[in-house]
Structure formats: C-alpha cells, structure tokens
Design a binder for this molecule. Structure first.
Ligand code: F0G
Length: 454
C-alpha cells in the first residue's frame, strides 16, 4: 500500500476551537505580535514545539495508575531504570524533571570558567547551562549542516577534523565532548552511526568523556536504518544500543522521544561523577529514585520508551514531515532539506527577499501563518539570536521558521490544512511586511518582546 496511515486509533480527543481571521487579527494585535503570548485555546494547530506536547497511549495512561509515589525505592523507579537501561546501557541513571535539569547538574560538575565544550550544535538550554557556569560552548557541525538546500543524508554530523584540532588546541580545558542526536538547532538533522563512533574514538584518544544529548534518539536511529549502509535490516532497538555503546553518558528530555509530557534523565558510567551528580540532584531535584518526578511520570516514560522504537510509528512520523516538505517545495517555498526528524523548517530569509534580516522575515512568516490559519510556529532566527551581549544587533546565521510536529497528535488532514495555509500565504506574499521590536527584555527576548508591523 502506498498510503502510510497513522498507526494508531484515537480513544480520547481534545476539541480544537475554530477562530475567524478577524478574531486572529485582533488577537495578534493584543499580544503585540508575539506568538508566545497567545492563549493555546486561540491556536488551531500548535506547532510551537514537539516537547511534552505528544499524545500518550492507552498503555501509558494505564501505567500511570500503577505509579508508586513512595519517596524512596519506588518500584516505578525500578521500571524506569530498566526501560532506560534496555536501550542505553549506562551504569548510573539519574531521573530529572526535564532535559535542562540534567544539563544543569552535569555542567555544575564539569563546567566552570576556562572550560570548553564542543558539540555538533548545542541546543539553547545546553549552551545556556554551559555559559552560566562560566565555560564556553562551541558548535562543530559539518559545513553541509549549515546549508539549508544541501541534501547530505547526515547533516547533523560532527566535523571530525575540526573536533581533532579543537581537542589539540584546548587540551585539558575540555571536560567532555557532546553530540546532539538529532541536531535540533540545525534543522532536526541526524548523525550517522559511523560519525557517532568516530566522535567516541577521537574523544577516547584524547582521554575525554563522550556525552550524548539523546532527546530524539529514536528518530535518529530510524534515519540510520534508512540511510546508512549496512543498517537497513537491523532492528531500531539494536541501532539505538549501538549509538550509546561507546558513550560515557547522556542527557535526555523524556518530553521528546520517550512520549512523556514531562521528565528527563542524566546517565553516566563514571561512579565518581555519578556520586557528585546525585548529591547535586538531592539539592535541586529530589531523591535519586524520583528526581523531581512523580512515580506515575516514571511509569509513563518507561512505557513510552517501549513504544517509541516501533518502526511503523517512526515511518509515519518521518513521512509526515517529508509529505509537508514536498508540497511546500511544489509551492516554491524554500525549506530545509532533507526533512528532519521532529519538524519542518522554512527558510524565511530565502523566501521573503523584500524583508531584510533586521526586519525579521521569520517573524513575518510566523505571524502571517497564524493570521491565515491559526497555526502557531516559531521563529528561529534574528529575533531569537540577533541581540549580542554588547547590545548590538546583527542578523542571525539563518532566518528559519520551525513547524515542530507534536508526536501522535495531529493527522493527515491537519498536514493538508497546514499546506493549504502555506498556499494562501504564498499567493499573497508580496503583501508581507517586516516587523520592528518596540520593547524587549535584557535576555532571551524572543519569549516576551513586543513587535509592531512596519
Ligand atoms: N536538548 C535538546 C536537543 C532539546 O531539543 C531540548 C528541548 C533540550 C535539550 C532541553 O530539554 O525542554 O526537557 O528541558 N527542546 C525543546 C524544543 C524545548 O522546543 O526544541 P527540556
């Protein structure tokens, strides 16, 4: 059969409140054109993030009832630990309330002034936690990863030559080598198993621990199965195990590829590091058998991990993005290619040639998409990255708009609706104008700044 269907039926639904274009125009004005300030009931299709926004399965809801809320030694922790270790065989598995909490603990131990952390591309919270410790974060993704139109199959790969010379240059100031799979900030692009192994080998040769940010490990494994030589006949679970086999630890947000609405973990092999991490965990998150989570959350994660490696699910998941991208391309809309794992990225700078980067083409597209169809997306460009620590404003490397797809939440007709809205937008794109920021906070301005149309 050519049609790839959603490999699930729907048991419980949430209504979507339909709004009119006139209502949305008024709403946009009332939130000063910042989509983060919208109420979610005023959004028809919410593609702001794929984090914690997925649908849980009947088995996950059933597992939630099994949650044991004991402060210490809960069997829910034992099930969580076993489910993680089944895929990622680390010695010490430390639950946290989300991914950034795992990062905060890791870098409170490894970070500090004068330290340097390489990765393919650090996610914002990873970079934020590194920099907050006084250390510096560096992105060493391959050149193809920065070119939206390049069709390289593993655009999330680390540049191995750069990593080698980085480690030679920075020597003992590098507490670990990081790798983000898939590379969220670079368009959800995967990292090959070959590259993961090569990074592990280089890190080992330099005596540096190798830590994977594994938020979207299952999507990454599916791309390896589809695209990497010799991997096509292997089970997703086995590919996942190989991805983590040579690593010394991982950070994880269970809000992505564990199908949970909250949660995360830090895993480590080194017992001294793990002891320091648990001590910090007790200060900031909770006792090591719950780490800031309820027992029921640990159960939802454990069950979610057994579902996310289902190949039928992953096929449908990745195909949804490809489907949208193929249709956007047919409308002449520049997109980041090939399709990433968790999101569709629009190259707004290439598309809106009449809107200068400092007039925020990504924001112009995101606002227009909401006005046309009630779709909430997220600018990832000059609004997010343009303000420099010295107060200057410069264009970001790219002006993208991210349509992050929540897991198991929307259907094929929602995808068709998204495409139709883009068709409407493309037909009237000469009317699109840029924006001016009228008010902004000192840090992380994209969350709260005010805009005015030009
Ligand atoms: N690492 C990556 C690669 C991520 O994408 C995220 C979150 C985190 C770490 C932090 O995890 O949210 O559980 O604290 N990404 C979300 C997003 C927020 O929308 O891309 P968290």
């Amino acid at each position: 059969m050519k049609t790839i269907i959603e490999p699930f039926r729907i048991k419980s639904v949430e209504p979507i409140r339909m709004t009119t274009r006139a209502e949305r125009q008024a709403l946009l004005k009332s939130v000063d054109y910042n989509l983060f300030a919208l109420k979610s009931q005023d959004v028809i299709i919410d593609l702001l993030t794929d984090s914690g926004t997925g649908a849980m399965s009947a088995e996950q809801w059933a597992a939630i009832m099994r949650g044991d809320e004991s402060y210490a030694g809960s069997p829910s922790f034992a099930r969580f630990e076993a489910a993680v270790r089944n895929l990622m065989p680390f010695d010490h598995i430390i639950p946290t309330h989300q991914g950034r909490a795992a990062e905060a603990i890791l870098f409170s131990i490894l970070g500090g002034t004068g330290k340097n952390f390489p990765s393919n591309t650090h996610f914002d919270t990873t970079r934020g936690n590194i920099e907050a410790s006084g250390a510096r974060a560096h992105d060493l993704v391959i050149a193809e990863g920065k070119d939206p139109a390049n069709l390289h199959p593993f655009k999330g790969n680390m540049d191995l030559e750069k990593l080698e010379s980085y480690l030679q240059e920075h020597g003992d100031s590098v507490p670990c080598v990081m790798l983000t799979i898939t590379n969220n900030a670079g368009g959800g692009q995967p990292v090959s198993l070959e590259n993961i192994r090569a990074v592990a080998k280089i890190a080992k040769a330099h005596g540096r621990p190798f830590i994977i940010d594994g938020c979207r490990f299952a999507e990454n494994a599916y791309f390896i199965k589809m695209r990497e030589e010799g991997q096509g006949d292997r089970a997703i679970e086995d590919i996942v195990r190989d991805c983590f086999a040579d690593a010394d630890g991982m950070t994880m947000s269970a809000k992505k590829d564990a199908f949970a609405n909250i949660g995360g973990w830090l895993a480590l092999n080194n017992p001294e590091l793990a002891e320091l991490a648990r001590a910090r965990l007790i200060q900031t998150e909770g006792f090591p058998t719950y780490g800031g989570l309820a027992g029921r959350d640990l159960e939802a994660i454990a069950q979610g991990l057994s579902e996310i490696v289902d190949e039928d699910y992953l096929r449908y998941r990745i195909r949804t993005n490809e489907y949208i991208i193929e249709r956007l391309e047919a409308l002449g809309i520049p997109v980041v290619k090939p399709a990433g794992g968790h999101a569709v990225f629009i190259d707004a700078r290439a598309w809106l040639k009449n809107v200068a980067p400092l007039e925020y083409p990504g924001q112009a597209v995101a606002v227009a998409l909401y006005e046309i169809g009630g779709i909430r997306s997220c600018e990832i460009g000059t609004v997010m990255f343009g303000r420099q620590p010295d107060g200057n404003e410069v264009p970001a490397a790219m002006d993208l708009v991210r349509l992050a797809i929540p897991r198991r939440t929307y259907t094929q007709s929602h995808a068709d609706y998204i495409v139709e809205c883009f068709g409407e937008l493309a037909a009237h794109m000469d009317d699109l104008r840029g924006y001016r920021i009228t008010k902004e906070p000192a840090l992380m301005r994209h969350f709260t700044c005010h805009f005015e149309p030009l």
